[in-house]
Design a protein around this ligand. Structure first.
Ligand SMILES: [Zn+2]
Ligand SMILES: [Zn+2]
Length: 125
C-alpha cells in the first residue's frame, strides 16, 4: 500500500488515541487538514491498520464500529449506556483472571473482549 500524506494523517489520528473514534469521527478530523480526502481512503486506511494489528475494532450493537489505537491491546472497556463514551480500563486488573483461565483450561489465550456497561460519571445525576 502506498504511503500518502492522507494515510499518515489517519494513522496519526488513531495511534495513541484513547477516544475510540468511529470512521465518521476520523473522517471529520482528517478533513480539517485534507479537505479533499475521500471517505473510502479513510475506510481503507483503517482496514489496513486493523490488519496490521495497530488498532482494534470495537463493535457495539447500538453504535457504529469504533477504533482503538491506545496503548496495549487487548484491554477491557467501560461503555456508558447514556452517552456511548468508551473508556479504557487497566489491563492489569485482568491479568490474573486470564492466567487463571489458562491454567484451568490448558488453553492458550491470545486475545479477549471484555466490556463493562453502565452509566459514566458525566451522565450520573
Ligand atoms: Zn455517559
Ligand atoms: Zn480502548
Amino acid at each position: 500500500m502506498r504511503i500518502t500524506p492522507q494515510r499518515v494523517a489517519v494513522l496519526k489520528i488513531l495511534i495513541g488515541n484513547q477516544e475510540h473514534l468511529s470512521t465518521d469521527d476520523i473522517y471529520a478530523r482528517v478533513r480539517e487538514d485534507y479537505p479533499m480526502i475521500g471517505l473510502a481512503t479513510v475506510y481503507k486506511t483503517v482496514a489496513m491498520l486493523k490488519d496490521l494489528g495497530e488498532i482494534s475494532e470495537l463493535n457495539f450493537s447500538n453504535d457504529s464500529a469504533r477504533y482503538d489505537g491506545s496503548g496495549k491491546l487487548p484491554h477491557p472497556h467501560f461503555v456508558c449506556n447514556r452517552c456511548n463514551a468508551i473508556t479504557d480500563l487497566d489491563e492489569n486488573i485482568l491479568e490474573n483472571l486470564s492466567k487463571n483461565i489458562a491454567q484451568k483450561t490448558g488453553c492458550q489465550i491470545t486475545n479477549y473482549r471484555l466490556d463493562f456497561f453502565g452509566i459514566c460519571l458525566n451522565c450520573q445525576p
